[in-house]
Design a protein around this ligand. Structure first.
Ligand code: PRP
Length: 177
């Protein structure tokens, strides 16, 4: 449900254009390398992953993973734990972790470390959004859609208190609203 004072930050057409570019780049980079395992991080990545995966032109399979961060308010404490693992082994496979947003970087850092211990042929990171100036830990995002300012954003998979995930665009809200 959209709020009347919501501001569109990234329009649907702009998201779709960028998703197409990322898919083309990923398809080119992994061409001839066998099946790519796309690991979507629930819940926020589900829409981005759906659109991205359908635009790839290389062999790919989809897995999901869920993590939980121990939070106080909206600031991540940095402690991340795995709450749902993927079904298949990634040993010997090329893996691309797909996130909606990287904020402090703790979640992506945790996932890259964890997946790298499982014997994958490679593990790379893809995120639609990354907040500028918010990194608490260094993570390299191999495929990034957009840098955004430190604002609360909803839509295209991102929520505020589970609302607004299904908006087609990305909007800025004031969390206290
Ligand atoms: C969001 C997002 C990332 C994480 C990024 O998930 O989807 O997983 O936070 O933050 P970080 O870089 O500070 O670790 P959230 O906890 O909101 O859960 P959700 O995806 O289920 O909405």
């Amino acid at each position: 449900m959209s709020k009347p004072d919501s501001n569109v930050l990234i329009a649907e057409s702009e998201i779709q254009r960028r998703v197409g570019e990322l898919a083309a780049q990923i398809s080119a980079d992994y061409a001839g390398k066998g099946e790519l395992v796309l690991v979507g991080v629930l819940k926020g990545a589900f829409i981005f992953l759906a659109d991205l995966s359908r635009r790839l032109t290389i062999p790919r399979v989809v897995e999901f993973i869920a993590v939980s961060s121990y939070e106080s308010g909206s600031a991540s404490s940095g402690a991340v734990r795995l709450v749902m693992d993927m079904r298949e082994s990634i040993e010997g496979k090329h893996v691309l972790v797909v996130e909606d947003i990287v904020d402090s970087g703790h979640t992506m850092h945790y996932l890259m470390e964890m997946l790298n211990t499982r014997g994958a042929a490679s593990v790379r990171a893809c995120a639609l959004l990354q907040k500028s100036g918010c990194a608490k830990v260094d993570v390299n995002i191999d495929y990034l859609g957009f840098h955004i300012a430190d604002e609360w954003v909803v839509g295209y998979g991102l929520d505020y208190a589970e609302q607004d995930r299904t908006l087609p665009d990305i909007r800025v809200i004031q969390p206290e609203d």
